[in-house]
Write a protein that binds this ligand. Sequence first.
Ligand code: KG4
Ligand code: ZN
Length: 340
Amino acid sequence: MPILTIESTCDETAAAVIADTGQVLGDAVATQETLHEQFRGVVPEVAARAHVERILPVIDTALQRASIHPDRLQAIAVADRPGLAGSLLVGLVAAKTLAVAWNKPLVAINHLHAHLYACQLAATSTVYPCIGLVVSGGHTSLYACQNPLDLDYLGGTIDDAAGEAFDKVAAMLLLDFPGGPAVSKLAATGNRQAHSFPRSLLRDPNYNFSFSGLKTAVRYAIVGPGQQDFSKVDLTNQQKADLCASFEAAVVDVLVTKSERAIREHQMSRLIVGGGVAANTYLREKLETSATRNGYQLVIAPSQWCTDNAVMGALALEKIKRGEFASLDLDITPGLQRGF
Ligand code: KG4
Ligand code: ZN
């Protein structure tokens, strides 16, 4: 029997119907990019209100695409952590209400574990055990994963997430939102050595990341110390491309080096990578080179399942196999504490 999965952790409203074999029967995503682009970042209150408007139509669309009547569902799964509080609440309330109305059990999904599970979706054999790297707009985290549900958090960003840094650099250069794809596109024609940007915590003996110093270094390179007004900056396309390329090189360098060390120190032979930034072409190239050079297997989530979606909620099937259901007093865990 299929499950219904619901995702509303940030600014994507998504639902999917997934067979117990893992086959995707129906999938729907409503993005909010046009709502947030004028602010060049996600505005939590705007995101929550938009989820309220979209959640039921998105669930309907997923069910229709799957040609499934709710009676045939075996459970309803929802991402309950981490994310924006208002956004999470909308998905959770919808899931609980439908669970009561349709008399179905509820399953709670960790959104970051689901980003990693996206790597399993197109794989022909298990991708666990492994080191897992999540690189998204809200998180940059490394895990030692025994299986899809037992993950040891090794470390993560102590300030900005990788995707957040891409978005903020894009905002400084007045590029489109979300910034990742825009920066990546320009970077492809730039010189990666044009600026020597910092690789924070690169040699620290832990698995933490920090991208806030890098972001400040880019700001100084654009407007100089103490300046905030980017609207008067007059850079050529090549200058912008060089900034993007050098910035991207610094982010990717740190991500690849720390992942390699996690593989080595935990004697793993596989790295899996998920989250929006995993769609980045340069990161994918550099990880492939690293995997070949260091002899580990690399599995990156298929591009269409890197950014937020409900298909990766297939992770709920693993919980159902273990009999791990949530009660109706399930609450959201936005994640002010680190280490999911
Ligand atoms: O996983 P995701 O959809 O949302 C969160 O869980 O946060 O990730 C969104 C982030 C945004 O910051 C976006 O700029 C970034 O992923 N992103 C990229 C690329 N595509 C999306 N960053 C770099 N290169 C890309 N191609
Ligand atoms: Zn995400």
